[in-house]
Write a protein that binds this ligand. Structure first.
Ligand code: SAM
Ligand code: SF4
Length: 469
């Protein structure tokens, strides 16, 4: 999972706003600052769509906003610190023009009213299950400060529906398949902040994908904290087959998965279904069985590699990426060398790696220091390990990229690169980013192009569109 802070600047549509513009009240502006994973990005998009139906338009400039929403991540402590420094920056807008400041997402769910006490200029706090109440919470904000962090009962839970119109002109879209997590990984705060697993009925998901395809979206990514344990009237392999059968959709992806739910039926989907893209993010966390046991990950390295090999055999060329945590309590030099050995053996296409961050409400934080195998790893040792692992990954990833030079690959064009109209970017089926020296006429958004790879960089490829002879 990416730890990048994404500034969401999707413009909310006015929905059914009155046509007589001269009599309509001026729309209020909302700026959404999104931290963390794709689940949060999707939640932010739903917030903007909902507020678009209640008189707000999105803005990319916080200084112009009447409302600033911070959609937060609590997976690592650093993410929380980023939230507090962003709030400090937005405080001036509140002082200058009375901007309403609200915090949603995982930190909101974890901290509840405590966040209001820590940040006296914050107007309200809302948990992930309360997004639908935003319009009424905004009205209430003028009268009181409050935290809305209750859970909705599973049987009543309604997944916010994506507004397909808001995706018109885009090549890709996220579609929520499930929420929450029933696993008990001892390092992870997600079950506490996102609650129990709830799967969305498959008919709703397929309908949303079809509506997106109707407005020109070519690729959907099914998302959930633990998406392959999906159980919304069918299992995850059947859901993938149903979505892949939606006419006009060219590509289906999903994220993120727990290795214990990588069943043979799911491997068969990769063998049979060309529209399911050859990329699998399969977080391993550690190459040591002793550490995996303390992490409560439910698999050994041998079991993980068994599933990994099945996937590679079913879909030759598939890109497999992973997550590693280093410096988990009790991780010895030998344990860490096992993670390095696993990296060299699996030759992951890429990995996200993190120093272990102790989180409240998790199994591990209660055990740290309680026995020799739970001894804390000094921070400098953990950082040195992280640097070694990341250097090895950079070498392996760049070797995979270099092998692509000279090949012709299929690229789904997503849009302009860094806002430059003369440069475009897209992705290969394996999810590698390709930069193109081309304008929108040659490489329009949502076009599927054959591209010759000309150069490999650390995290991307350059390619050219062959001129027809
Ligand atoms: N559901 C996925 C799985 O089972 O692997 C992972 C989702 S988790 C929110 C994303 C990644 O954050 C994890 O794979 C893990 O590497 C990392 N992560 C989670 N908790 C962490 C912690 N306490 N310290 C460091 N990294 C953590
Ligand atoms: Fe966290 Fe484990 Fe659930 Fe992934 S499977 S979200 S790591 S508890």
């Amino acid at each position: 999972m990416s730890d990048l802070v994404a500034l969401t600047s999707i413009t909310a549509r006015a929905g059914s706003a009155p046509q007589a513009a001269e009599r309509a009240p001026a729309a209020r502006k909302v700026f959404v600052h999104t931290f963390g994973c794709q689940m949060n990005e999707a939640d932010s998009a739903r917030m903007l769509e909902l507020l678009g139906r209640h008189g707000f338009t999105g803005t990319a400039h916080p200084e112009d906003a009447d409302l600033i929403l911070l959609n937060t991540c609590a997976v690592r402590e650093k993410a929380e610190q980023k939230l507090l420094s962003a709030l400090g920056r937005y405080r001036v807008h509140k002082a200058r023009r009375g901007t309403i400041l609200a915090v949603g997402g995982c930190v909101a769910q974890q901290e509840k009213g405590r966040l209001l006490a820590r940040v006296p200029y914050l107007d309200f706090v809302f948990g992930p299950d309360n997004i639908g109440k935003l319009p009424e919470m905004i009205e209430r904000a003028g009268r009181e400060r409050f935290a809305e962090t209750g859970w909705m009962p599973s049987e009543e839970y309604l997944f916010p529906r994506a507004d397909a119109e808001a995706a018109r002109g885009r090549a890709t879209a996220f579609v929520t398949a499930m929420k929450g997590c029933d696993n008990v990984c001892s390092f992870c705060i997600v079950p506490h902040t996102r609650g129990r697993e709830i799967s969305r009925p498959f008919a709703e998901i397929v309908e949303e994908c079809a509506a997106l395809a109707d407005v020109g979206v070519r690729e959907v990514t099914l998302i959930g904290q633990n998406v392959n344990s999906y159980a919304g009237g069918c299992d995850f392999p059947s859901l993938l087959r149903r979505v892949a059968a939606v006419p006009a959709l060219a590509r289906v992806r999903f994220t993120t998965s727990h290795p214990h739910d990588l069943s043979d039926a799911l491997v068969e989907v990769f063998r049979d279904e060309p529209r399911v893209m050859p990329h699998f993010h399969l977080p391993v966390q550690s190459g040591s069985d002793a550490v995996l046991l303390r992490m409560r990950r439910d698999y050994t390295v041998a079991e993980y590699m068994g599933r990994f090999e099945k996937l590679r055999a079913a879909r030759p060329g598939i890109a497999i990426t992973t997550d590693f945590i280093v410096g988990f309590p009790g991780e010895t030099d030998e344990d860490f060398e096992r993670s390095m050995a696993l990296l060299e053996r699996a030759r992951f296409d890429n990995s996200f790696s993190f120093v272990y961050s102790p989180r409240p409400h998790t199994g591990a934080i209660r055990r740290i220091g309680s026995a020799p195998e739970w001894v804390e790893v000094p921070r400098e040792v953990a950082i040195a390990r992280l640097e070694r692992l990341q250097a090895a990954q950079r070498r392996i990833s760049s070797e995979a990229m270099v092998r692509q030079v000279g090949e012709t690959v299929e690229v789904l064009v997503e849009g302009a690169l860094d806002g430059e109209e003369g440069r475009r970017f897209g992705r290969t089926p394996e999810n590698r980013v390709v930069h193109l020296d081309a304008g929108p006429a040659q490489a329009p958004a949502a076009a599927l192009l054959s591209v010759r790879v000309t150069r490999a960089h650390a995290n991307s490829l350059s390619g050219e569109i062959p001129v027809p002879t």
